[in-house]
Design a protein around this ligand. Structure first.
Ligand SMILES: *[C@@H]1O[C@H](CO)[C@@H](O)[C@H](O)[C@H]1NC(C)=O
Ligand SMILES: *[C@@H]1O[C@H](CO)[C@@H](O)[C@H](O)[C@H]1NC(C)=O
Ligand SMILES: *[C@@H]1O[C@H](CO)[C@@H](O)[C@H](O)[C@H]1NC(C)=O
Ligand SMILES: *[C@@H]1O[C@H](CO)[C@@H](O)[C@H](O)[C@H]1NC(C)=O
Ligand SMILES: *[C@@H]1O[C@H](CO)[C@@H](O)[C@H](O)[C@H]1NC(C)=O
Ligand SMILES: *[C@@H]1O[C@H](CO)[C@@H](O)[C@H](O)[C@H]1NC(C)=O
Length: 506
């Protein structure tokens, strides 16, 4: 029956002088899961960059950094609220030259452009407790789950004048005062992270793994002491830098069992946001495999040297449609959390920097958060590498429901996908009785993958009149029909009653 349909489709397309479709059998191993993510896998960052941060004649952080962001913006609040909850990581390059205006710290300077002064061409900056109050008011209202990244260069000195190596112990005093204040106000912090991109060769500054590991122990003792009477303990994350096997392994060994809860690493494989070749890179499956190797290596480090810890992508760049693929790969390689740079700002933030309206990737991330559960299933197909496939148990899975994510990276082939449960020998007999399949097809408007508008099941996703995130409604399909994945599109399909044993217990 379904082959007749494909035939008809092809005749139609041949008429239009292109018929490129490929039938794919997707095999889903349903007995056991291969990895598990955190309940709240999706995360987005809020950076500290001031409006004056410019590169390549662009200034992509116009009033969208932590200190300047309009916290009263309704769209912004609604975009966070829609996740219920969204993980937010506060941090970035400037965090290591930031002080908190509390206790002995009384001067509170702004980040100022100063070439050759401090790092990244900016002088030291400061967070006031008034700003911290406002931020926490928003986080409380929107139910955000917050990671706060602490200033890890404090107290250290440059080894030599012309060096990037910082030596000496971390000075915890300012962080301690900040935490005491945070606790006294009842602000809930999910996790504290130490430093930003100081691992291995670092970005403008580096710290040796042994020193960093010792500082993590200091931070751990501080948190244990200050939160001793608290009903919960914030988790500890680090080192928030680029992966280097030797550095990361030593860091885990020195900090030791139970200290680092999330081993955070950063991924910026796509090069600068203005790379003219970016779109081609993003669509190249072989390029993608290179990133997969990093995900795999980090998860190996955790297995071998830090089994008490879990791999997190602490920060990652993006570009149109790269979101889904990275998410799928990192969860498959046992990553617990994936933070996207940035919620707002930079070249590929999830929200538009002027209107705060969600970009296409925002909706992909939101659908992931709502549909993909924590347990990751193994999937395989023998089709083109331009079709990427991922499967998780569905969120709130009953009767072994699963959610499949299919990404078509080809601009010339349509994939016609049949799903197969490797346990199910007589699919058609059973499938007839199944409830309809829920499908969410995301396609770029007018076929332009750089469009700011994405269509969900052919309807443009736009904010409602009351500035709310629109409802994300599925299309329903017969479980007997294959899933069609249009060019440059991605599809979430919820297969109810799939009966995956890996998904039946909760
Ligand atoms: C917001 O703050 C109130 C008062 O401290 C607290 O009871 C509530 O649990 C907080 N909500 C969230 C989502 O953190
Ligand atoms: C400082 O280091 C950089 C890079 O290693 C080098 O190019 C430069 O010549 C050095 N400057 C001095 C004054 O040593
Ligand atoms: C915890 O409670 C005990 C007993 O009330 C008190 O002595 C101690 O100072 C408290 N610790 C903190 C960090 O608040
Ligand atoms: C933000 O939205 C405005 C209005 O739609 C648009 O002109 C602008 O290009 C968008 N900015 C980005 C960075 O996409
Ligand atoms: C399709 O992709 C190829 C290579 O990935 C590219 O050269 C070509 O221009 C693309 N075609 C369209 C219509 O976008
Ligand atoms: C996959 O994407 C290409 C273009 O990127 C499109 O032509 C093709 O129809 C898509 N495949 C399916 C099954 O939709």
């Amino acid at each position: 029956m379904s082959s007749m349909k494909t035939f008809a489709l092809c005749v139609f397309f041949t008429w239009a002088s292109f018929c490129m479709s490929e039938r794919v059998e997707l095999n889903i191993r349903s007995v056991t899961s291969v990895a598990k993510t955190d309940e709240d896998f999706i995360c987005a960052t809020i950076d500290l960059w001031p409006s004056t941060k410019c590169d390549y004649n662009q200034c992509p952080w116009p009033k969208v950094g932590l200190l300047e962001l309009d916290l009263k913006n309704k769209v912004f609040a609604n975009a966070i609220k829609a996740f219920d909850p969204l993980r937010i990581r506060i941090g970035g390059s400037l965090e290591d030259q930031t002080v908190y205006k509390i206790g002995l710290v009384t001067k509170c300077p702004h980040f100022k452009n100063k070439m050759n002064v401090r790092r990244f061409g900016f002088s030291n900056g400061c967070i006031t407790m008034e700003r911290w109050d406002e931020l926490n008011h928003l986080f409380n209202e929107t139910g955000a789950k917050v990671t706060f990244s602490l200033n890890a260069l404090r107290g250290r000195k440059l080894e030599k004048k012309n060096s990037t190596l910082w030596v000496g112990d971390w000075n915890k005093i300012n962080a301690q005062e900040f935490m005491k204040y945070t606790i006294s106000k009842g602000y809930k912090i999910d996790s504290y992270e130490l430093g930003n991109e100081l691992s291995a060769s670092g970005v403008s500054a580096k710290v040796k793994a042994r020193q960093y590991g010792k500082d993590m122990i200091v931070l751990s003792n501080l948190v244990k002491r200050l939160y001793a009477n608290s009903s919960y303990q914030p988790k500890l994350l680090g080192p928030a830098g680029f992966y280097d096997q030797d550095w990361f392994n030593e860091f885990l060994q020195v900090s030791g069992p139970g200290i680092v809860h999330g081993l955070t690493h950063h991924i910026y494989n796509l090069g600068p946001g203005v790379d003219a070749n970016l779109i081609n890179k993003v669509q190249d499956p072989y390029f993608l495999d290179e990133i997969a190797q990093t995900f795999k290596d980090v998860s190996e480090s955790v297995k071998l040297y830090g089994p008490w810890s879990g791999a997190w992508v602490g920060e990652s760049g993006g570009a149109y449609n790269s979101g889904g693929k990275h998410l799928g790969m990192s969860s498959t390689f046992d990553h617990k959390v994936y933070c996207r740079q940035a919620l707002i700002g930079g070249n590929y933030g999830l929200l538009n920097t002027t209107t705060f309206a969600p970009n296409p990737d925002y909706y992909g991330a939101l659908l992931w958060h709502r549909l993909m559960g924590t347990r990751v299933l193994q999937v395989s197909h023998d089709g083109s590498p331009y079709l990427r496939s991922y499967a998780h148990c569905s969120k709130h899975s009953k009767r072994g429901d699963i959610t499949v994510l299919l990404i078509n990276m080809s601009n010339s082939t349509t994939f016609i996908v049949n799903t197969r449960n490797d346990l199910n020998l007589y699919p058609s007999e059973r499938t007839v009785r199944l409830p309809p399949r829920e499908e969410y097809h995301l396609t770029p408007e007018d076929g332009n993958i750089q469009s700011e508008v994405v269509l969900l099941n052919d309807t443009p996703l736009k904010l409602t009149k009351s500035m709310d995130i629109p409802n994300l409604n599925p299309a329903f399909a017969s479980p007997l029909d294959p899933i069609k994945v249009a060019p440059d599109s991605f599809v979430f399909a919820v297969l109810r009653g799939f009966d995956a044993p890996a998904c039946s217990s909760s």
